[in-house]
Design a protein around this ligand. Structure first.
Ligand code: MN
Length: 294
């Protein structure tokens, strides 16, 4: 990957901390939406996150540290011009593989959720014992949707073909997906919002369901739409901010988190708060991964 320090980079961090060579983390911008069916706009997600991140305090008030000093490189957006979903997924896989080969920690900014399939394929090659923590309002377990196996409604179905997946915060399920879960539960574990309401300690339970090496995929619609109205398919009754943070902090402490993505931000010009939330998710999670253990 070339050492180009972008004008618009994550956190607007000083050049001293923004070069590729010294960076521990690499932000991959993936502005692709080919299969979004409801509210469009996910292709503008990465740019909105980068813009919002430049207004963020770089001193992390929870962790009491300056996370950016790990070095955060922001790569140029992947060029998807006119790509079909499978081609877009493949481009993401190649980019993530390249970043992993360079020994960096990849952070993928979507774009639509389908891109996660490419990321997980790359991670699985590097980490055979991988499992995926899949945060989403939707089960995404359809085998095919609107003629594509790489539709955003099929992402978790594709991922469980690659490695075990634990879906958390889910609350929107079709009958076909329910039938699939009833017959093939082996590689898909579920902690739905209804399970969360009943569980004694759902965060610990999810942690136990995961292998030691974890990739985290965050569809922003896992949050309650009161916090995150700017997603492609909002569903009421999602996670709250502190609940989410507390959970990810635990996972980062107990597991080897090897990368993550934040997807499905469909920014609205009238409300930047969701963009800012997404930027904070990225920065705080980097903080958890790099400061709570290593
Ligand atoms: Mn979703």
């Amino acid at each position: 990957m070339e050492e180009i320090i972008l004008e618009k980079r994550f956190g607007d961090i000083g050049k001293e901390w923004a070069g590729f060579k010294k960076a521990k983390a690499c932000i991959i911008q993936a502005p692709y939406e080919g299969t979004v069916t409801y509210k469009k706009g996910a292709s503008k997600g990465p740019e909105a996150i980068i813009n919002a991140s430049s207004n963020m305090e770089l001193f992390d008030d929870e962790l009491q540290t300056e996370t950016y000093k790990i070095g955060i490189y922001t790569a140029e957006p992947i060029n998807f011009a006119g790509d079909s979903p499978d081609k877009a997924v493949n481009k993401v896989k190649n980019t993530v593989s390249e970043v992993l080969a360079a020994g960096k920690f990849p952070v993928l900014l979507g774009g639509e959720h389908s891109l996660t399939i490419g990321a997980v394929s790359a991670f699985k090659e590097a980490f055979p014992n991988l499992s995926v923590l899949y945060l989403d309002a939707h089960y995404d377990l359809r085998d095919e949707y609107r003629g594509s196996k790489y539709n955003h409604a099929c992402v978790a179905r594709r991922i469980q073909e690659i490695c075990p997946v634990v879906e958390t915060g889910v609350r929107s399920l079709s009958k076909g997906e329910k039938d699939f879960l009833d017959t093939t539960p082996e590689r898909v574990k579920i902690m739905s919002v209804y399970d969360i309401l009943e569980a004694y300690n759902w965060k610990k339970e999810v942690s136990k369901m995961l292998s030691d090496t974890v990739y985290i995929s965050i569809d922003l619609d896992v949050f309650d739409p009161s916090l995150m109205p700017s997603s492609g398919a909002p569903e009421p009754g999602g996670l709250g901010w502190y609940e989410f943070l507390d959970f990810l902090k635990l996972i980062a402490k107990e597991k080897k988190v090897v990368g993550f993505d934040v997807v499905e931000l469909a920014p609205a010009e009238s409300d930047v708060a969701p963009d800012f939330l997404a930027a904070k998710v990225v920065y705080r999670l980097l903080g958890y991964v790099f400061n709570t253990k290593r």
